[in-house]
Structures are given as structure tokens and as C-alpha cells.
Design a protein around this ligand. Structure first.
Ligand code: AMP
Ligand code: ZN
Ligand code: FE
Ligand code: FE
Length: 289
């Protein structure tokens, strides 16, 4: 069974619609795919509908923007009830702050000699409820300033870049709690990607697990070297964490990592689904797992 538990659609900063994503998952030979858009559940109904029609099992998920010790940390939530009021209030606050920083980023780029407006960025987002820096990059590509999203991040948009503007993010322990209270399973996304091993140390992950109820860590991810994957896998085993993997696919053409390039074992998915069911969550179309 081929299982990819980390993908994005055009409902946030991916480029495939949820339906197209599920079609592409089938083409890539996946049996199970989780749609984990940034800070929104809005693509899940469409993805579930497509999954039922096409014969791909779709797991309900979200990738939540959180922070710990002033650093950005991404948290995957699987199977949280999509109508949970507290979780939705937090996600709405994050989305609002995502939107709120666009004008400031456009101004910074304009001041740097790359004229851009908030409207230019929103035109690229095409109505996505969750906008992000990749849409700023797309607007710069449309103007001919840069070649691709990667160049935009390296030259302008990374957190230490000249056009970066920060935004609100949920406190990590609180985000774990919100996902669990909504019936979901909380898994740290790419914990040791982009230098985050400085903040998500072994001691911190230990504390998140035993004091705050963290369920798992994403081990197999493109941002982790093989050495990091081996260390994370061993640590996760010692702490009793669920160990997952996923592609972090953002669509074709713009960011080149393919659906299914990293995957999750069936035993790990079964444990996730069991926990979701025990907590009264909504795993999605998983009748055959
Ligand atoms: P934001 O949520 O708006 O702060 O932007 C973060 C998102 O930008 C991530 O989830 C990725 O999708 C994308 N991203 C971050 N760094 C890079 C990079 N170096 N190259 C391409 N995309 C990136
Ligand atoms: Zn993204
Ligand atoms: Fe992420
Ligand atoms: Fe992601």
C-alpha cells in the first residue's frame, strides 16, 4: 500500500485543485493521500468527493502554522473535526494574518526596485482562502522578476530575506492541544528541516510528547538528510511516537518533488486512524485501511 500523508492544493499554496491532486495521486500509484493545506480545511470536501469517485482514499488533514521559541514550526493535524469551533477560530486568525502581511511584502519589494501590489499577489492566489509567500513568488514570476519560487525564497522571501514580513502563528503546545481536542492526531511536520533541530531538540520533543500529547513526527521528508531520518526514526521509536513520511507536494511545475517521493508505512497509518476513531475525530474516506 502506498501512502503519502503530506500534500497541498490550490486551496493554499499548492497549484493543483483538490480534484486534480487526487487524480495525480492515482496516477502516481498512491492508495492513500492526505490533503494538508496550510491553515485551512476548505479543500477537504472536494478531495473526499474526488477520492470516492476515483478510488483513492483521502485522509483529512491540515498543516498548521505554529511557533516555538520565536521560530516557525509546522504541525500536521490528521482527522480533526472540520467544524470544531476552537480550532477553526485559531486557523481563521492565522489566515487573516497571512492576508494582512501581503501589502507590507509588496511594499518592501517595491522599495527594493520590484514594483508589486497586494492585488498582483491576490491575482496569483486565485481566491485561495490561505495565501502565502509562494503566491508572492508567483506574482514576481508573472512580472518577470525571477525564474521560479525557489529563486524568490533565496533572494527575497526566506525568513532572513529583505522582503520577509512575519505573521501570527499559534503557540505549538496549544496547537497540539487544539488538534487533539478536535479528535485529531498531532504530528510535527519536517521537525529537523530548515535548521529547526536548534529549537526542536530531543529534549523539547520529549517534553512535547509527554507533557503536551504530541502523537508523532514526520521522518521521511525531503528536507531531512538520511542521517537525520535515521536519528529521528530511532528517537521516535524510543518515545513511542508515530513515524510518518510524505512528499510535501505543492503541484507540478513550480516546486519539483513528486507525489509519493516519500511515504508512510501502513502500520503507522493504522495507528493514526485508531487514535482518530478513539478521539471521535473524522479520518475521512478510510473504509479499507
Ligand atoms: P508562509 O506560510 O507564507 O510563511 O510560507 C511558507 C511556505 O512557503 C512553506 O509552507 C512552503 O510551501 C514555502 N516555502 C518555504 N521556503 C521555501 C523555499 N525555500 N522554496 C520554495 N518554497 C518554500
Ligand atoms: Zn506550502
Ligand atoms: Fe511545512
Ligand atoms: Fe507542507
Amino acid at each position: 500500500m502506498r501512502i503519502d500523508l503530506h500534500t497541498h492544493s490550490s486551496v493554499s499554496d499548492g497549484t493543483d485543485t483538490p480534484t486534480r491532486l487526487v487524480l495525480n495521486a492515482q496516477r502516481a500509484g498512491l492508495d492513500v493521500v492526505a490533503l494538508a493545506d496550510h491553515d485551512t480545511f476548505d479543500g477537504l470536501a472536494e478531495a473526499q468527493h474526488a477520492g470516492a469517485r476515483i478510488g483513492v482514499q483521502v485522509v483529512n488533514a491540515v498543516e498548521m502554522s505554529t511557533k516555538l521559541a520565536g521560530r516557525s514550526v509546522h504541525l500536521l493535524g490528521y482527522g480533526a473535526r472540520v467544524d470544531d469551533p476552537e480550532l477553526n477560530a485559531e486557523l481563521a486568525q492565522i489566515r487573516q494574518s497571512r492576508q494582512g502581511r501581503l501589502a507590507a511584502m509588496a511594499q518592501k519589494l517595491t522599495d527594493l526596485g520590484y514594483p508589486l501590489t497586494e492585488a498582483d499577489i491576490l491575482a496569483q492566489a486565485m481566491g485561495a482562502p490561505s495565501v502565502g509567500r509562494p503566491h508572492v513568488a508567483d506574482a514576481m514570476i508573472a512580472k518577470g522578476y525571477i525564474a521560479d519560487r525557489k529563486e524568490a525564497f533565496i533572494r527575497f522571501l526566506d525568513h532572513d530575506g529583505p522582503a520577509y514580513v512575519s505573521r501570527y502563528a499559534a503557540d505549538l503546545p496549544r496547537a497540539i492541544e487544539l488538534i487533539r481536542r478536535a479528535g485529531g492526531v498531532a504530528v510535527l511536520a519536517h521537525p529537523w528541516g530548515r535548521d529547526n533541530e536548534d529549537v526542536l531538540t530531543v529534549d523539547v520533543i520529549h517534553k512535547l510528547t509527554f507533557d503536551h500529547g504530541l502523537d508523532g513526527i514526520e521522518v521521511d521528508h525531503q528536507d531531512h538528510t538520511m542521517d537525520k531520518r535515521h536519528l529521528l526514526y530511532a528517537m521516535g521509536g524510543r518515545l513511542g511516537l508515530i513515524r510518518t513520511g510524505g512528499s510535501d507536494y505543492h503541484g507540478t511545475g513550480k516546486v519539483n518533488h513528486d507525489l509519493g517521493c516519500n511515504t508512510t508505512r501502513a502500520t503507522a497509518l493504522r495507528e493514526i486512524v485508531n487514535r482518530i476513531r478513539n478521539r471521535g475525530g473524522q479520518p475521512g474516506g478510510l473504509a479499507r485501511v
